[in-house]
Structures are given as C-alpha cells and as structure tokens.
Design a protein around this ligand. Structure first.
Ligand code: IMP
Ligand code: MG
Length: 175
C-alpha cells in the first residue's frame, strides 16, 4: 500500500522497528521466566502484535479478542463490550494486553477490569500509541510505543473506516 496526499508520515517504519525491538527487551525484563498470555486487541493491534511477540525472547501464549462500542467509530464514546472473546482461560495468569491506541481510556478501563474479574494474576497494557492528553479514564499504560498529543492516525494496523491498515508506517490523516 502507498500513502495518499492527505497523509503526513509521523512515525516511520524504521522508527517502529527500533521501538518495537526496545519494547521486546522491556517486556523480557519485566516478565523474566514468568509465563504470560499476550492478548491482541483486534483489529487495530494485529500488525504491532505480530512484530511485538517476535521481539520478545520469552514465548507468550497468544490469544485474540475484539472490542466494540456503541457510538462513534473514531473514539469509544459509548459503552464498550466484547464482540469476540478470548479462547483461553486467563485465571491465575499474567496478561499482557496489546492495543493499538489508548485514547480516552474507556476501552482499556473495561478490559483491565474484565481480566481482573476473571482472576488474572497480573494485567499490563502495551500500546503502540498513547494519546495521553485525551484521557478521560485513569488507565496506566505500562509499555508505550509512542506518545502522541493529538491528531488522528492510520497505518500499521490502524484504520479510518476500515481503510489504510496495510500502510507500513503511521500517518496523520488530514481532513
Ligand atoms: P478509547 O477507548 O477512547 O481509548 O479508544 C481507543 C480506540 O479508539 C483505539 O483502540 C482505536 O481503535 C480507536 N482510535 C483512537 N484514536 C485513533 C486514531 O487516531 N486512529 C485510529 N483509531 C483510533
Ligand atoms: Mg482499537
């Protein structure tokens, strides 16, 4: 895929490669030899997730879920719910949630609570992008790829109305 004229590259494929490698080492340092379940939040995190699990030297169990929310497509203004659940039982396990973007924090607040209710031993979040200034819920992102103050971004898994997920870098979408 190639970018369009209304896009500005803000995180290059090389920046992502370097940062993901460093995140892999951060994750190794935290988990050591502890078993971990890496949970990919579909769809946006799928490319980041694939790169991240290959950057870790530990071998996580992997699983997938999908969140949906009533309301707008570009932020989760409404209530969050699962539209696809995990298949593995996470009780007593270390759960690493891998998300594309934490924006208002509503999605991650919901998911962390759910994992805790299911008896996870620990729950941590790794997000490619942290839009910290847009936060409405208190959510701790344990591992951040890139902080981003503002703007709507696409590429490397991230979409706008299901488009642009296949772009190799992250682009800000101009109106
Ligand atoms: P939150 O519940 O407001 O934190 O919602 C985060 C979700 O909104 C992310 O998982 C994305 O699916 C979506 N989102 C927020 N900002 C962007 C963006 O800039 N590009 C693409 N998706 C976004
Ligand atoms: Mg998402």
């Amino acid at each position: 895929m190639t970018p369009k004229v209304n896009m500005i590259e803000i995180i290059s494929a090389e920046d992502i490669r370097v940062r993901v490698a460093a995140l892999g080492r951060e994750l190794d340092a935290v988990y050591g030899q502890e078993p971990v379940v890496a949970v990919c939040v579909l769809k946006g995190a799928f490319i980041f997730f694939a790169d991240l699990v290959r950057a870790m030297s530990i071998e996580p169990e992997i699983d997938f879920l999908r969140l949906a929310s009533y309301g707008s497509e570009t932020s989760s203004s409404g209530n969050v719910f699962l539209s696809k659940d995990l298949e593995i039982d996470i009780e007593g396990k270390n759960v690493l949630i891998v998300e594309d973007i934490v924006d208002t924090g509503r999605s991650m607040e919901y998911l962390v609570r759910l994992m805790e209710r299911r008896g996870a031993k620990s729950v941590r979040i790794c997000a490619l992008i942290d839009k910290v200034e847009r936060r409405q819920r208190e959510v701790r992102v344990d591992f951040v790829g890139f902080p981003l103050p503002k703007g709507f971004v696409v590429g490397y898994g991230l979409d706008y109305a299901e488009r642009y997920r296949g772009l190799p870098a992250v682009y800000e979408l101009k109106p």
